[in-house]
Design a protein around this ligand. Structure first.
Ligand SMILES: N=c1c2ncn([C@@H]3O[C@H](COP(=O)(O)OP(=O)(O)OP(=O)(O)O)[C@@H](O)[C@H]3O)c2ncn1[C@@H]1O[C@H](COP(=O)(O)O)[C@@H](O)[C@H]1O
Length: 118
């Protein structure tokens, strides 16, 4: 039987990520002793990028070898660390969502085929 997660009515993706973006912005300059967001920002872009890569790897491992709960946890870590990195680079979530909106309805296969050949 397929495994299902009950989706909380509060966890509409846009709202949740928008709130997380605001929280991350508010915590960036907090005390690194008490704020993980501040600690990540204090560690610099290199460390933040490394953490994103680690979370991506852990997500891959969960997808290949673990259960849905582990995959959900790792995917949440991955999204969180992506949001931290975007915030540190000053890229608004709205810009990323707008790019996804722009791509809506464009098949990845058709888009790739339309690229100029070398
Ligand atoms: N959503 C998250 C969130 N998801 C994951 N994490 C943290 O991300 C880390 C996951 O990375 P790891 O498992 O590699 O942890 P680690 O090994 O301890 O990390 P390192 O020592 O290697 O840096 C853990 O410390 C998690 O607690 C998060 N930390 C914070 N948030 C959000 O950010 C808000 C602000 O957090 P603070 O800045 O800590 O107040 C929180 O209220 C939450 O809403």
């Amino acid at each position: 039987m397929a495994w299902r997660i009950m989706t909380s009515p509060q966890s509409q993706s846009g709202d949740t990520l928008s709130r997380l973006e605001a929280t991350i912005a508010a915590r960036r300059a907090a005390d690194p002793e008490t704020s993980y967001v501040a600690k990540l920002n204090a560690s610099g872009l290199g460390k933040m990028s490394q953490k994103l890569g680690e979370e991506a790897t852990e997500t891959i491992i969960a997808a290949l070898a673990q259960g849905p709960r582990e995959l959900i946890g790792e995917a949440a870590d991955l999204l969180f660390h992506l949001m931290v990195l975007l915030g540190a680079r000053g890229v608004p979530l709205a810009d990323v969502l707008a790019e996804l909106d722009r791509r809506e309805g464009v098949s990845g296969i058709a888009e790739k085929a339309s690229r100029p050949k070398d």
